[in-house]
Design a protein around this ligand. Structure first.
Ligand code: ADP
Ligand code: ASP
Ligand code: MG
Length: 471
């Protein structure tokens, strides 16, 4: 039986963390027979290698090569410090350092090209962004081999075949399954532990893509599905999925069991602990997913399953997503205008913004929806063009963006069909003087979301979390 384990940035963020990670890999390899490891770029909070690399590319775009030059020793030190602590001085250490230096030279060269052209293509951004994983897995694999555990460092460009939607690519399932099986199975049979880069894949032409920020969780699920793993475990720096973000509410509690659906909603609405697309591949084969803490491995963590016993009316968790903008299309004459919603969303689709929440008043006098702030101006402009005629004759009075909003979402399958849950939820927000600008309930009835002012979202999360603890 093969267990797929993914280790996040902090789990490989330093030599000490890598030692802990290696202990875990060896322990579970023994217990399960075989393991496949996926690792993120090094990320001792708050400094994440991926952020440094991408910041470098942005500095290059602005023509600031000095910034890139200053980043190089920083990146070098992060990796070299770990190498020097984990691998004894000698040929192996020197070879590994040379490999890291090659990546850093490559990073510098791409940045130079960006700075020269003053243009960054999504594929250049992916080539740079994925380098953090390429460096970290080589260190972890070399260290584990040093400890006597046979490993092989593998770039997921050899396994995960994706479309060419650079920076947010989607895997082509059949090609990925075939390629992953062909490459990993012989290693597993020989008792070798593959140590694979999270976050990246490649197009059918072999060009590196990435799966979106935080995408290493998704990589683990994709590889888990491809090799029909017994389970997929995500190792991070908290004791599992919690009732809310522990950075906002320090007494957040670990949730022992959640359904795929619940955790999908939580991830979609901002719980950073899992990439929102992680659930799909494992759901398809019913592979259980666990979230565990590298720094507290004895804690059971959270297990994510297809179904669980429900306690009626229970809200399990609350989450928030910031930096959003609520766009509204309003007008008394809208009632008579043909296909307003269809035309509005066609315009949004053309802008490539994704809509996080939609709410329409029953009299059809307004439609509002929420997009990321960065897409707001473009969406409004497209809507004004689309509805220019209606605006002229005043069937539509205004197309407006309310910037600086956030979505606050409560999740729990037990809410299904139970009257009064939304009343309690809105009441708790009202008691804290938080005003709700729009509300929407997921069709699965396992989540309710509201739009609030961004500066009120933390207070809202705290108020709802108090209610969760008291229910
Ligand atoms: P990794 O590098 O291991 O992938 P991330 O930083 O991406 O780690 O995700 C883990 C972090 O997610 C935690 O440290 C925690 O601060 C944050 N987080 C936000 N919401 C939740 C939640 N509901 N449950 C657990 N962690 C959460
Ligand atoms: N290193 C990538 C990121 O920071 C992927 C991940 O950590 O999951 O986005
Ligand atoms: Mg993550």
């Amino acid at each position: 039986m093969t267990l797929v384990m993914k280790f996040g940035g902090t789990s490989v963020g330093s030599a000490e963390a890598m030692r802990q990670t290696a202990d875990i890999i060896e322990q579970f390899k023994k217990e399960w027979g075989s393991t496949v490891v996926i690792a993120s770029a090094m990320g001792s909070k708050p400094v994440k290698v991926t952020d440094l690399l991408l910041n470098g590319s942005k500095a290059a775009l602005a023509g600031d090569m000095d910034e890139v030059t200053q980043l190089l020793p920083k990146l070098r030190t992060i990796h070299f410090d770990a190498i020097e602590e984990l691998i004894p001085a000698g040929d192996k250490q020197t070879a590994l350092k040379e490999e890291i230096d090659q990546y850093l030279t490559y990073f510098h060269n791409i940045c130079q090209a960006i700075s020269f052209l003053r243009e960054i293509s999504p594929r250049a951004s992916d080539a740079i962004g994925g380098m953090g994983e390429q460096m970290s897995i080589r260190i972890l694999a070399a260290y584990m081999s040093e400890r006597g555990t046979p490993t092989e460092a593998i770039d997921a460009t050899e396994l995960i075949v994706t479309d060419d939607n650079f920076t947010n690519a989607t895997p082509l399932i059949d090609e990925t399954n075939a390629q992953t099986m062909a490459r990993l199975k012989p290693l597993i049979e020989q008792g070798i532990t593959p140590i694979v880069t999270g976050f990246i894949g490649a197009t059918t032409d072999g060009i590196t893509t990435t799966l979106g920020r935080g995408g290493s969780d998704y990589s683990a699920a994709i590889i888990g599905r491809a090799i029909e793993a017994a389970e997929v475990w995500i190792w991070t720096d908290v004791d599992g999925v919690m009732s809310t973000d522990p950075r906002i509410v320090p007494d957040a509690q670990t949730i022992p069991e959640l359904t795929y659906l619940e955790v999908s909603e939580l991830a979609f609405y901002g719980a950073q602990v899992l990439h929102p697309r992680t659930m799909r591949p494992v759901m398809q084969l019913g592979i259980p997913l666990r979230i565990k803490n590298t720094f507290n491995p004895d804690s059971p963590g959270t297990v994510i399953v297809k179904e669980r016993e429900l306690k009626a009316g229970n809200i399990r968790a609350v989450t928030g997503i910031r930096e959003l903008s609520m766009i509204s299309v309003e007008g008394r004459g809208m009632l008579g205008v043909h296909g307003v919603a269809a035309r509005a969303f066609k315009s949004v689709a053309e802008s490539e913004a994704s809509v996080l929440l939609i709410s329409q008043s029953s009299s059809e006098q307004s439609i509002c929806f929420v997009v990321q702030q960065k897409n707001s101006a473009d969406v409004v402009q497209r809507l004004e063009t689309e509805f220019a005629d209606e605006i002229k004759v005043r069937n539509i009075d205004c197309i407006a963006a309310n910037e600086n909003v956030a979505i606050l979402t409560v999740v729990g399958s037990g809410m299904q069909g139970v009257p009064g849950v939304s009343g309690r939820f809105l009441g708790a927000l009202g008691d804290s003087s938080i005003s709700v600008m729009a509300i929407a309930q997921g069709s699965s009835e396992c989540s309710i979301s509201v739009v609030v002012a961004e500066d009120q979202v933390s207070a809202g999360i705290q108020a709802i979390h108090k209610m969760i603890l008291e229910q």
